[in-house]
Design a protein. Structure first.
Length: 478
């Protein structure tokens, strides 16, 4: 009715009175235009709604932009933020240390942060949550750490203003530097990410550390890959490391040389830890043991590399808990840096240690262990070791770490993988199991199948494994 009124009182057009006899037709036209307008408005609105609800960013746990490393911007600062930083880094035990853990939402970073916190040290995390692998796993690790009182600042190690701010707010005694671009084969796809994180990022961090007052002692993640084409086994820290087989290895080797420079010029105390293929619960989905597990469970074939003449490819797989002990021992035995305000006062400690398991296992044996644990036969596709940066074998000599750090690995591959598989099925409880499905099956499948029960049952039927439910997420269960 109100529309009619409006139409009636509309200003007349020059032809209105001349066309009096067709006023009925005129009104009809108005009606039909209005109906059309209303109709198309609804269609348009409907399209917007469909687009909104179906777009991946609205259905995925993280907005896609947030997870794209190139588009990320981080916000930090402010009194509330500083309060969280201080509280997380507060030492709560006698003789405790205050540690900045970079890469805290990563696999090793999460475990090390939790272990430090458990014993009363102050811990502040830093992570850029990049999308090298599914960031929802990093978010899950972050949630676990938050429950233990560890705050992870979101930011990049290349952001020197942020790093300086952190040192302004907290006088860290130690830095555990684990942020890096990991993965040997991915270096062929995205070489610049290795330079960005492992070289430029390391330099940014060391620049800020050398100017900090007091300077912290730094332990950081190098890699077994620095041994490259070295054939002398087991690998000792004194062996040559000038033949890297991948850009990843080359950036880690460069890191060791950069560490030497900052130790030499500025008196920074630096300990490089050469990790040997670290695996376990909360691990990295880009690593073979992890995606083999997923693919075996899904019935997909897996590619197992072999060297020339059917030569065995083997790794000195090292369980996460052993690595954590090595990291904590490296921090505890680190001497203080000797410089202040960017000036060296005397010689400082410079160390490098192998943290391995000392018993290499062929990749084919790794697969056999997984088959037994999962009760599923793998579809094996044996193929020649591609020229993608992989080396044929790794084997750590750990006598130096044993002597100076008291490092003594205690978990063999069978035992460690059992804990990993238990974690896959049990550690998240029902709710997190749902989350896990996203990592294993991919987001699209998750959102296509809405019923949690279907997931739960199909998972059970598919694997033939008993699913153990636990009420709370347990991260470090025995
Ligand atoms: O020791 C290290 O420093 C390195 O350990 C691992 O690198 P890698 O040993 O290559 O671990 P995976 O990628 O899990 O590969 C394990 C084994 O499986 C083999 N593999 C990998 C992938 C595949 O499809 N098939 C296959 O047989 C590899 O050749 C290798 O022998 C990590 O991914 C690196 O980030 C780390 O720095």
């Amino acid at each position: 009715m109100s529309q009619m009124k409006h139409i009636d009182s509309a200003p007349s057009t020059p032809g209105k009175f001349k066309m009096e006899k067709s006023s009925y037709i005129h009104r009809l036209r108005w009606h039909s235009s209005l109906a059309k307008l209303t109709f198309w408005s609804f269609v348009f609105l409907g399209l917007i709604l469909v687009f909104f609800f179906r777009s991946p960013s609205s259905s995925s746990p993280l907005p896609s932009d947030l997870s794209r490393r190139s588009l990320r911007t981080y916000s930090w600062g402010g009194p509330a933020w500083e309060k969280r930083v201080r509280s997380s880094a507060r030492v709560r035990s006698r003789n405790g240390i205050s540690v900045l853990v970079t890469g805290a939402a990563g696999f090793v970073g999460t475990h090390v942060s939790a272990a430090l916190k458990r014993r009363g040290d102050g811990v502040l995390g830093l992570d850029n949550f990049n999308d090298y692998y599914d960031p929802s796993l990093k978010r899950a690790r972050q949630a676990l750490l938050e429950r233990t009182g560890v705050f992870i600042v979101e930011g990049d190690i290349n952001d020197m203003a942020l790093l300086r701010k952190l040192f302004e707010v907290v006088a860290f005694t130690h830095v555990m530097h684990l942020a890096a671009q990991a993965g040997v084969r991915y270096a062929m796809e995205n070489p610049s990410s290795y330079v960005h994180s492992n070289i430029a990022g390391l330099v940014s961090l060391l620049e800020v550390c050398k100017s900090a007052n007091p300077q912290p002692a730094i332990a950081w993640a190098s890699s077994s890959s620095v041994y490259g084409l070295n054939t002398k086994v087991p690998f000792s820290e004194r062996d040559r490391t000038d033949q890297p087989a991948s850009l990843y290895a080359a950036t880690k080797k460069a890191g060791e040389e950069i560490a030497h420079t900052y130790n030499h010029i500025y008196g920074l105390s630096l300990t490089g830890l050469r990790f040997f293929t670290v695996y376990g619960p909360w691990g990295r989905p880009d690593m073979a043991y992890f995606f083999f597990t997923r693919d075996i469970l899904k019935g997909k074939s897996i590619s197992i590399f072999e060297a020339a003449n059917h030569g065995t490819v083997a790794r000195d797989f090292t369980y996460i808990d052993d690595i954590v002990k090595g990291c904590l021992a490296a921090l505890d035995t680190a001497e203080k840096s000797t410089g202040t305000g960017g000036k060296k006062k005397g010689p400082a400690q410079l160390r490098v240690f192998n943290l391995g398991n000392t018993s290499p296992v062929p990749v084919t044996d790794l697969v056999s262990i997984l088959e037994r644990l999962l009760k599923v036969k793998a579809k094996r596709n044996i193929m020649k070791l591609p020229r993608n940066g992989d080396v044929q074998f790794t084997h750590a000599n750990i006598s130096s770490a044993q002597r100076e750090l008291g490092y003594k690995p205690t978990t063999d591959l069978q035992t460690g993988l059992k804990k990993f598989v238990r974690w896959i099925f049990a550690s998240h409880g029902e709710r997190s199991f749902f989350d896990w499905w996203t990592l294993f099956a991919g987001h699209s499948e998750l959102y296509q199948k809405k019923s949690r029960t279907i997931h739960y049952n199909s998972w059970k039927c598919f694997t033939g494994c008993a699913v153990i439910k636990v009420s709370k997420p347990t991260m470090f269960e025995a």
